[in-house]
Write a protein that binds this ligand. Structure first.
Ligand SMILES: [Ca+2]
Ligand SMILES: [Ca+2]
Length: 194
């Protein structure tokens, strides 16, 4: 008789556990030792790192994160005049600007890139700076400054702008380029995701 009661009690207890567990939304997979052949990596799936365009607030871990890396910077065009005058006096044969491009992380003033001078750059011909280091883009505000290098006087500022690369990718600039236009100039970041 006692044995029979014991059996009933365990059956009731088991059913209650089943009811409770089926009523809860399962977010994480069961523990590794409960699933044959499961490894720790299986419990770190998804991407909960906000610097990744793959960010998912409900992800269990980071093993599926991929990131955007800059491969080159491009100034597609810039204003052909400094107000109503040419950028340079025309020593030799040029009045075009000598482009210097700087990109920093705004909050930390960390220098992302400092592009070498593109001398006598035509205002409507794209100028490129390749990025061999493949700089990883983060979910932060970046600032770019475009200047005309002048050897005998302080540089002439041309344009500057800000953007958040990860936000831009999430807002649709997800085909390998991030374009921003400011002060009459266009900056294009070329990137890869990996
Ligand atoms: Ca100048
Ligand atoms: Ca100059």
């Amino acid at each position: 008789m006692i044995k029979k009661y014991k059996k009933i009690i365990s059956l009731v207890a088991f059913s209650s556990v089943m009811l409770v567990s089926s009523g809860c939304k399962k977010t994480f997979p069961p523990l590794p030792d409960k699933v044959e052949g499961a490894s720790l990596a299986d419990y770190n799936r998804g991407c909960n790192d906000i610097d990744s365009p793959y960010y998912d607030a409900n992800a269990a871990g980071n093993s599926d994160c991929k990131y955007a890396y800059v491969t080159s910077y491009e100034i597609t065009y810039y204003p052909d005049e400094d107000g109503n005058t040419t950028w340079d006096f025309g020593f030799g044969n040029t009045t075009n600007a000598d482009l210097i491009l700087n990109v920093t992380v705004l909050s930390s003033a960390i220098k992302v890139m400092q592009g070498a001078e593109r001398s006598n750059q035509d205002s409507n011909t794209p100028a490129f700076w390749n990025e061999a280091r493949e700089i990883r883009l983060e979910n932060k505000v970046y600032k770019w400054n475009l200047d005309d290098y002048d050897s005998a006087s302080p540089n002439d500022p041309i344009s500057n702008g800000t953007f958040n690369p990860v936000e831009e990718i999430n807002n649709g600039q997800n085909n390998g380029t991030i374009t921003t236009v400011a002060g009459g100039s266009q900056l294009v970041l070329h990137y890869i995701i990996k």
